[in-house]
Design a protein around this ligand. Structure first.
Ligand SMILES: Nc1ncnc2c1ncn2[C@@H]1O[C@H](COP(=O)(O)OP(=O)(O)OP(=O)(O)O)[C@@H](O)[C@H]1O
Length: 235
């Protein structure tokens, strides 16, 4: 499937310049002179354990405040925003799929996927619930009402987490090791789903992963080693 034409692309371009993240004690965790990703494209972030990959993803999400440099998504310079403005940007534009699934066990798939509806203005709730339902359908989890989150397999839980990230129609999806706890078959299905979110929907996708079956499917890849960047591109 060809990439969505740029004019129709709902994704946002990423531009990182001179990013520096330090631990509270002052140790430098990440130093990135520059990183660019066009709107609607996908980027794999690889590297050894402890290299700074999750730190980068958190910085791209605007979840770290003690950060120097610039992280721009489209026209928005994340680090220049106030905390509430950054949180509002994240809610509106960024879908997060992080390692621990953070599902509410006592709720079903749809209630988990549509969680954002509970915090959204009344006028947006129906649309969020509708998108959560259609994301679950698309990910093969439609018609599961009556089952609690606890009854789903790890692969299914990961897909519920993706449906939740999609429920507010984000321009950007950030995922941390989305296939880490899955068997090969479930991981491969999830990879197809993730790639389609970028290739077919035109969302910008950044995925931290050790899984070559995933990283090789994305448009670009970078390697982080000891807090520093090594860059490489797929054809
Ligand atoms: N708040 C913090 N205070 C001190 N050190 C931190 C903090 N957050 C992360 N680190 C350290 O920063 C380094 C990078 O961590 P990060 O989680 O980004 O690595 P990673 O590449 O995602 O590793 P993994 O593949 O194991 O998840 C690690 O040495 C970690 O211990």
């Amino acid at each position: 499937m060809p990439a969505t034409a740029a004019s129709e692309c709902p994704g946002l371009a990423l531009s990182v310049t001179d990013l520096r993240v330090a631990a509270p004690g002052g140790r430098l965790l990440l130093s990135l002179p520059g990183l660019d990703l066009p709107a609607g494209r996908s980027l794999a972030v690889r590297g050894p354990s402890g290299a700074g990959k999750s730190t980068l993803l958190h910085a791209l999400a605007g979840l770290l405040t003690d950060v120097e440099g610039a992280v721009r998504w489209g026209e928005t310079d994340l680090l220049s925003l106030t905390d509430p403005a950054r949180a509002a940007f994240r809610r509106a534009r960024v879908g997060l799929v992080f390692q621990d699934f953070l599902l509410f066990e006592e709720l079903g798939a749809e209630a988990n996927a549509a969680l954002a509806a509970g915090f959204a203005p009344a006028s947006q709730r129906a649309a969020i619930r509708q998108r959560a339902r259609s994301a679950l359908d698309r990910l093969g989890l439609g018609g599961t009402s009556g089952r609690l989150a606890a009854s789903f397999s790890d692969g299914e839980r990961q897909r519920i987490a993706i449906a939740r990230a999609l429920a507010h129609d984000p321009a950007v999806i950030l995922a941390d090791e989305p296939t880490a706890s899955l068997d090969r078959a479930a991981a491969d299905r999830l990879i197809d789903d993730l790639v389609a979110l970028s290739r077919e929907d035109g969302r910008t996708l950044v995925v931290v992963s050790h899984d070559p079956a995933l990283t090789e499917r994305l448009d670009q890849s970078v390697e982080i080693v000891d807090g520093h960047l090594r860059e490489g591109h797929h054809a």
